[in-house]
Ligand binder design. Structure first.
Ligand SMILES: *Cc1c(COP(=O)(O)O)cnc(C)c1O
Length: 357
């Protein structure tokens, strides 16, 4: 038999990314499975998209000059700190491609964002998963244990705050202790995909950490608060030497012109965006209070979703939710993540959850 082209063993072993279920077209199915923003695009963003549509015969601006300038302005940093990409997933891929040598260890909490082990394997690294806290304050990243897990083989630590899918944000004191313990040649990626939704006054200040430490990178996205998940715009903030390395490995023209212009428009309407975030945070408070009234205890949700630890009942509960028209994101044997969506959808979820007590 003719020899076959081998796939890298890491590729053959890759876990599959499970997207939130999309639901069928037509019918009242609410999609609370991907932490999307339930609000439609702002009118100004739609106009920018329509304008950009006329130019799709052209390549986009390779450097995404306007978008980078807008982000640099927002964060009070020079543009050479910015790396934009086709969603923060892609940016994370660039970061790992730029620093991970084959066999290097990448430490992260678990359960956390499901793309992490996939991204690490693609980069040729080895995932080191550190269990989340249990007991009286469950579902938090255990930063002390994550620091303990750092060895001379560790190249990167991924810190998801708030943690997807459990919800709590890392506290400032925890992060300070952690950063003091992690060697200066180990990269610490603070993934703040949901930062706009955080209301915990003790939450860590990633921007201050970035200013203080040369080994810190902050990862952000326009998919969640800005509601541009379908356009794929994410970015990293890093010291210029690192940022240049991350850009060097990126796919050329990774952010389309449509996405660049929509993102710039959305950043200009930041007040309207944050007003919508406030409404979702208020709705999150209503959902949490209702769940607590039902007798649930849950890790404090600081993002746009709640987490119910349902253990062995998880898949059956997800199925029940589907029958009432709500798609959520179950993690078999662990629990279910339910995004904060339209009030009607959240009420359907609350009605089902009441029956599970
Ligand atoms: C949604 C999410 C991202 C990625 O978002 P993009 O759409 O790729 O920008 C990154 N990290 C976490 C923790 C997320 O939940």
């Amino acid at each position: 038999m003719a020899a076959r082209v081998p796939l890298r063993s890491a590729v053959a072993a890759l876990p599959t990314y499970v997207p939130g279920e999309r639901g069928t077209s037509g019918g009242a199915v609410f999609k609370l499975s991907s932490n999307e923003n339930p609000f439609p695009p702002l009118p100004g963003v739609l106009a920018a998209i329509a304008d950009a549509a006329a130019d799709v015969n052209r390549y986009p601006d390779l450097q995404a000059t306007e978008l980078v300038a807008a982000l640099a302005d927002l964060h009070g940093l020079s543009p050479d700190h910015l790396v934009v990409g086709n969603g923060s997933d892609a940016v994370l891929g660039h970061i790992l491609a730029a620093v991970v040598e084959p066999g290097d260890e990448v430490v992260f909490g678990w359960r956390s964002f499901e793309f992490y082990p996939i991204a690490v394997a693609i980069a040729g690294g080895v995932s080191v998963r550190v269990p989340l806290s249990t007991g009286r304050d469950p579902g938090r990243l255990d930063l002390a244990a994550m620091a303990d897990a750092v060895t001379e083989r560790t190249r990167v630590v991924l810190v998801c705050t708030p943690n997807n899918p459990t919800g709590p944000a890392v506290r400032g004191v925890e992060l300070a202790d952690f950063l003091r313990r992690v060697p200066s040649d180990v990269l610490v990626v603070l993934d703040e995909a949901y930062v706009e939704f955080v209301r915990d006054p003790e939450a860590a200040d990633a921007m201050a950490a970035l200013a203080a430490r040369a080994n810190v990178v902050v990862l952000r996205t326009l998919s969640k608060a800005h509601g541009l998940a379908g356009l794929r715009v994410g970015y990293a903030l890093a010291r210029p030497r690192l940022a240049a390395g991350f850009r060097a490995v990126a796919t050329p023209f990774g952010v389309s012109d449509v996405a660049q212009r929509a993102a710039v428009a959305s950043l200009r309407m930041r007040d309207a965006v944050l007003e919508r975030v406030d409404r979702l945070v208020t709705e999150r408070g209503r959902v949490v209070a209702a769940l607590q009234d039902q007798g649930w205890t849950l890790p404090p949700p600081e993002a746009n979703f709640v987490w119910l630890d349902l253990g062995p009942h998880t898949m059956a509960r997800a199925e029940e939710l589907r029958t009432v028209g709500v798609l959520a994101r179950p993690f078999a044997g662990e629990g279910i993540r339910v995004s904060i969506g339209e009030r009607e959808a959240n009420d359907l979820f609350l009605g089902a959850a009441a029956g599970w007590r």
